[in-house]
Write a protein that binds this ligand. Sequence first.
Ligand code: MYR
Length: 185
Amino acid sequence: MAPVAPRSGDAIFANVERVNAELFTLTYGAIVRQLLTDLEEVEEVNKQLDQMGYNIGIRLIDEFLAKSNVSRCIDFKETAEVIAKVGLKMFLGVTATVGNWDAEGTTCSLILEDNPLVDFVELPDTCQGLYYCNILSGVIRGALEMVSMKTEVTWIRDMLRGDDAFELQLKLLKQVPEEYPYKDD
Ligand code: MYR
């Protein structure tokens, strides 16, 4: 019998990471499937996924700020880059390209070539209209609201609908000035 070569620590960690990522993807798939069964209407599932994401986002921002050591962004352009290169990397293991800025610098797109949420996913015809990754738009909207930015986050392109990439549009609606808790005398 051939001797079994011991695996290096790196190989074991890579394997554990892969299994965790697959488990995460499959768990998300099971949640979407359950919502489809419970709510029946695809529109309702879209809303529910967005709301779930929002609830996650308003909590996840603390972990993001604590772990990333990111300081205040000077403008929305920097914020978009931080989400694309640091936030998505930290929680999804991928990065996005930021593009399609409008002239005012308040609307842009995050373009993802790779999206672990959709590994193994194929939507049946009955799910036309489903924004499968709507949890992600909710997470970003929730997280940004906690750092004083009201946004609208919308899927523009979706590979599950036959597009060539995932494109998430971020629109800054309002930047709420943070309240200074003391009176200047
Ligand atoms: C600031 O100006 O206060 C910093 C703003 C940084 C906002 C970053 C939000 C990160 C959202 C993470 C999204 C992860 C999606 C899986």
